[in-house]
Design a binder for this molecule. Structure first.
Ligand SMILES: *Cc1c(COP(=O)(O)O)cnc(C)c1O
Length: 404
């Protein structure tokens, strides 16, 4: 029984196990495959690749490791430039620094909060003018929403620049294509009809895609990642580097730098169980969003992250902005009031071009990402939130408004 004077903490995005995971983990223990390889790793790779529509997948210790190996494949040289979305988590960009390359940041568009295709094209042209053609583009799909991949991929193809997709926050997301039917044009669909019409999974259109199973993602293995690609050579090389780059010899022989980046067979068992309930997790997170939209949509100055017409967002996190001029209060006030009530919420990611770490990097664009950061808040969004939890969060937000 929850003590109403001291209600439990509501987390931003906690893990949500289905029960199947523990059975798979028990089988793993019984077989004594407690290793960074084994049958669950192989099966998880196959099942995951099938789910996102990629030919091949390598299960790794984190999404960051997956991105690092993707960049390694591109053989970046010190000082090479890599274009990155500015509005993201630092893990999207840190591997650029691991490889001693230089990030160049691109602003978001207003309809998806993801990389603006027009600004990307400008940034590439400007790089070419300076004699520095970018060596790669890292495209992030933020908060469960696909970026507009078609025009971005077309620009990359035209300039022959490899496109790496960071889909760490976008597993279960669908992309219909910019020219395609927008979600806004249709009635929401459920069940088998939806499954039959599934769009493309972000992360499977570029050269390769990165996924994460960190504890706060839509499905989790407590920690883990996946690199997916249609290029078998890329994936085989990633597996090779991820297991200490051991040459084919009975003794331990090495011709290249290796890493210890493979996913444990135990964690892969958790991942297989989680993947089976991905659709349910997506629907639960979208229901959270719909609840918040009904409960809070009338509050002045409060606007939810838009859902771009070309895709179907998972609403991994329910994000919103609060315009202080209209609302008469700012998002920090709301965040701190929620914290007082033992409710975790978080500002939208601080753009990379505003980070001390990247203060000397080039930036293309305007104020879209910085405004979203200034006013943006992520509400508790776990797929295991109860109706009472949702009421508590919405009630707390409404109270801040009525007390202002
Ligand atoms: C979580 C995340 C990553 C990194 O994934 P890890 O598995 O935590 O290393 C990369 N990019 C984005 C956008 C993320 O949200």
């Amino acid at each position: 029984m929850v003590n109403p004077m001291n209600p439990g903490r509501i987390y931003l995005s906690p893990p949500h196990m289905s029960g199947e995971e523990v059975e798979l983990v028990c089988e793993t223990f019984a077989s004594n495959w407690i290793a960074p390889l084994g049958p669950n790793v192989d099966a998880f790779e196959q099942e995951f690749a099938a789910r996102v529509g990629a030919r091949h997948a390598a299960a790794l210790s984190s999404g960051t490791a997956a991105l690092h190996l993707a960049l390694r494949w591109l053989n970046l040289q010190p000082g090479d430039e890599v274009i990155c979305s500015t509005l993201t988590f630092s893990a999207s960009v840190n591997p650029v620094l691991y490889e001693r390359a230089t990030p160049v940041f691109v602003d978001s568009d207003v309809c998806s909060w993801n990389m603006d295709p027009a600004v990307l094209a400008e940034a590439i042209e400007a790089g070419i003018q300076r004699g520095k053609k970018p060596k790669a583009v890292i495209l992030v799909h933020l908060y469960g929403q696909s970026a507009d991949i078609d025009p971005i991929a077309a620009t990359c193809r035209r300039h022959e620049i490899p496109l790496v997709e960071d889909a760490a926050e976008a597993l279960g997301t669908e992309y219909y294509g910019s020219g395609g039917q927008g979600a806004g044009d249709r009635e929401p669909e459920t069940g088998d009809r939806r499954r039959a019409r599934r769009g493309i999974a972000p992360g499977s259109l570029g050269l390769c895609g990165v996924h994460s199973f960190n504890g706060n993602k839509i499905i989790t293995t407590s920690g883990g990642g996946m690199l997916v690609s249609d290029d078998l050579k890329l994936i085989e090389k990633a597996r090779f580097w991820a297991t200490q780059a051991r040459d084919a010899a009975p003794h331990y022989q090495h011709s290249e730098v290796g890493f210890n980046y493979r996913l444990s067979n135990v964690l892969a068992a958790i991942g297989r169980g989680q993947l089976r309930v991905l659709d349910q997790r997506v629907e639960a997170r979208r229901r959270n969003f719909e609840y918040y939209q009904k409960a809070l949509g009338d509050l002045p100055g409060l606007v939810f992250m838009p859902e771009a017409r070309y895709g179907r967002c998972t609403r991994w996190l329910t994000c919103l902005t609060i315009d202080p001029k209209i609302a008469g209060l700012d998002r920090e006030k709301v965040r701190l009031a929620l914290a007082e009530e033992n409710i975790e919420s978080r500002p939208v990611w601080k753009p990379m071009h505003l980070q001390p770490l990247f203060k000397d990097c080039r930036y293309h664009g305007g104020e879209v990402a910085s405004r979203v950061f200034a006013d943006g808040l992520c509400l508790p969004s776990g797929s295991n939130l109860s109706a009472a939890d949702l009421d508590r969060v919405a009630g707390a937000v409404r109270r801040v408004y009525s007390d202002r």
